[in-house]
Design a protein around this ligand. Sequence first.
Ligand code: PLP
Length: 226
Amino acid sequence: MVQENLKQIREHIEEACQRVGRNPKEVTLIAVSKTKPLSMMEEAVQAGVLDFGENKVQEIAVKQPCLPEHIRFHMIGHLQRNKVKQVIDKAVLIHSVDSLRLAEQIEEEAAKRGLHVNILLEVNVAREESKFGFYLEEVENAVEKIGKFSHITIKGLMTIAPFVENPEKNRDVFKKLYQLYVDIKGKNIDNGTMVALSMGMTGDYEVAIEEGATMIRVGTGIFGTR
Ligand SMILES: *Cc1c(COP(=O)(O)O)cnc(C)c1O
């Protein structure tokens, strides 16, 4: 089932890229395996998946040692400051940096241990009260401040778009984040490298790709409902 689902999703990724003249190689599929067993993740690895997304530090810690070493884990869920220690040496990228205080904590822990941490800034584009993240107008300032930290590299931006039945309703959210991403890239702020734009989930990844996503996070579409 996992293999069949992956095949379909990869086809949809290619088609979405074709519609807008993008190279599918620019889009990394992150298989969101939260709550799912290792057996399903192994199936995904067999089908060529290299990147998994998890929203709990503990789940990464348990699963990572059981999978091949070349497999990468992405932290995509809200990260509490007291859990930073446990994840900075395990995740290839933390997508969910949603406050300056969290970035400061990452910098402090990374400095202590001589680590370097790659992050994305999470942006609450649609200003939903239930969600974490910077508002669009706060991002540039955050990039300037966090850009000065020597143990962190900001690789780009991430958003969790609203839950909608019709993915077209999120097109504007993705457009806005892409525009900000391009604007910040153009300003050449220290450390604001802007090479990754993480947006799009099972319900809306095709629209996100059409609007410039370089990473999509797909869970249900690969592993079934949670
Ligand atoms: C769970 C989750 C996803 C995947 O959601 P699906 O709708 O199952 O594809 C993507 N991003 C984040 C941040 C998540 O927590």
